[in-house]
Design a binder for this molecule. Structure first.
Ligand SMILES: Nc1ncnc2c1ncn2[C@@H]1O[C@H](COP(=O)(O)OP(=O)(O)OP(=O)(O)O)[C@@H](O)[C@H]1O
Length: 298
């Protein structure tokens, strides 16, 4: 997906207030209520991607989503981002039903190379959505400075993306997202295309930003270790059509680092548990499967 789509996402109008909004829970940033998505392409068989998803994310939480390949992770993310029409249910962001790309959301995609404009400097790339939002120049400058500092790229502002490493480019994409000060930051396998060492650094950057800025993060990944290392919760999806396998609470200490956390026996237990859930999901075990009938009933 391109930055153009990302920028448009941010500038479109927010949806209508959700039923019960106002009396709602201020602590909930994102609420999925009975979300269903079936792709219905004329001339092609229907694809039921999401059968039923209900979960919420509290303000300031960092939640990861994992699931087997083809489970519907991207469909889920695009549904939350207001890029797909749902078949049923609703996504509620800050008490408002998402009916198109919402104002308070920013997305970081895997393909940093395609999401940054190569002819613009790093600062100009970060500035673009701020301009779209109508923020005055002095304030834009301050927000860009802070975002660059947060991602450790203060010196790179006048460079172009193609002059930077892949990891640095992804930092620029993250800086652009946080400069915008979204209510919810969606990250779609953002580190899948970088080397292992850079990936570890970027994971630590996400934890740091999350703590510094208090932003709510929904992070989709294929990587079970990454999900457990980063998240306060890991939402495990079933195979397609998707339902929730389990919402796993990651009760590891808030202070995490690559060495200590990953060698914590409890990290190993959590990792093993999520791994086992994914293996079950791949075998077709799912919570909504009808219970096997007893011989008497057969
Ligand atoms: N535009 C579309 N039209 C029809 N079917 C689609 C469309 N997009 C996705 N699908 C189907 O929906 C299902 C879920 O796809 P999705 O890309 O959301 O899964 P995923 O979990 O992100 O996959 P992966 O782990 O491989 O990235 C798949 O069967 C896919 O083929």
């Amino acid at each position: 997906m391109s930055i153009i789509q990302t920028v448009r996402m941010r500038s479109a109008a927010a949806g209508a207030p959700a039923a019960g909004a106002g009396a709602g829970d201020d602590a909930v940033a994102l609420d999925l209520r009975g979300v269903q998505k079936t792709y219905d392409t004329p001339g092609r068989p229907q694809v039921e991607a999401i059968r039923h998803l209900d979960f919420s994310i509290r303000r300031g939480e960092l939640v990861c989503v994992v699931g087997p390949s083809g489970a519907g992770k991207t469909t889920l993310l695009r549904s939350i981002a207001g890029l797909l029409d749902l078949t049923a249910g609703e996504v509620v962001l800050d008490g408002r039903v998402v009916s198109g790309p919402p104002e308070g959301m920013a997305v970081v995609f895997q393909e940093y190379g395609r999401s940054l404009f190569p002819w613009m400097t790093v600062r100009q790339n970060i500035e673009l959505p701020l301009k779209e939002k109508g923020i005055a120049k002095a304030e834009r400058r301050a927000k860009i400075d802070r975002a660059l500092e947060e991602v450790g790229l203060t010196e790179a502002g006048e460079q172009h993306p193609w002059q930077l490493s892949g990891g640095m480019q992804q930092r620029v994409a993250i800086a652009r997202a946080i400069a915008f000060e979204p209510s919810v930051l969606l990250m779609d396998e953002p580190f899948a295309a970088v080397d292992a060492q850079t990936r570890a650094e970027l994971e630590d950057l996400v934890r740091k930003l999350w703590k510094d800025l208090g932003v709510t993060v929904l992070f989709v990944t294929h990587d079970i270790d990454e999900a457990v290392y980063l998240g306060e919760r890991v939402i495990v999806l079933s195979n397609r059509p998707t339902v929730l396998m389990e919402d796993v609470r990651v009760d590891l200490p808030a202070e995490r680092d690559q060495l200590t956390t990953r060698s914590d026996p409890h990290f190993g237990e959590l990792r093993g548990h999520v791994y086992e859930l994914i293996q079950q999901a791949k075998r077709g075990v799912r919570p909504d499967a009808p219970a096997a009938s007893s011989p008497q009933e057969a």
